[in-house]
Design a protein around this ligand. Sequence first.
Ligand SMILES: C[S@@+](CC[C@H](N)C(=O)[O-])C[C@H]1O[C@@H](n2cnc3c(N)ncnc32)[C@H](O)[C@@H]1O
Length: 239
Amino acid sequence: MTSTSARPPDVGSSRAAAVWAALEPILSDGPLRVLDVGGGTGGFAVPLAQRGHTVTVVDPSPDALALLARRAQAAGVAGAVTGVQGDGDRLAEVVAAQSADLVLCHHVLEFVDEPVTAAAALATCVRAGGWVSLLVANQAAAVLARAVGGRTEEALALLHGQPDGTRHRRFDIDELHDLVVHAGLSVEQWHGVRVVADLLPAAEVAAEQSAAVRQLEAVLAQRSPYRDLASDVHLLCRR
Ligand SMILES: C[S@@+](CC[C@H](N)C(=O)[O-])C[C@H]1O[C@@H](n2cnc3c(N)ncnc32)[C@H](O)[C@@H]1O
């Protein structure tokens, strides 16, 4: 087991890297009880456990939980990672109220039955003064992507919140803020994730890895209007 001051592990994608960077000050604040709702196969849970935190992953997928257990075992942190089969809409059935210092909910509100219910459940699970990390797909980016691809009808439908044939809900930033506040959380900071990376022409995708693009992303992520158009929106909220 490594200490909480260890460097974050290599988390692969620039999306994950941006979220890790935002979480870093919280993670450095001692061993935490982390609840990862919809944590899947442990892309966050296992590295968090390697840093000394204890992590409970709630996910409805038995396959994901089985892979999570194997990954935790292989990483030598099986004792610090608990997988629980459950649903983000009904967290109270499997998680005690106020039992987490930090709740992660990354790319899950897009899939739950009822985001308002799920957000309230997240808020219930975190202790007073604790943190909730929310990552969701940004509606504005999806609308623009369709518009520049010539799919204007789809762009308009998405803008008006109509289903686009996927199970994938997107979020208007103002409505997301309202949702969080309604759940009893305050938004302490928010940023855009992948402001320009997904706009790069295919031939230049490798450029995403360049230091210059990463530096530009880091700056734009913090600033409106650029962050308002990012592919994903990351909110750090406090109860
Ligand atoms: C796109 S993956 C995200 C996984 C992980 N949070 C991450 O950021 O890499 C969506 C995850 O949400 C889970 N999921 C789907 N519906 C859910 C629900 N109603 N409650 C909780 N998790 C759900 C899926 O099983 C899957 O593991």
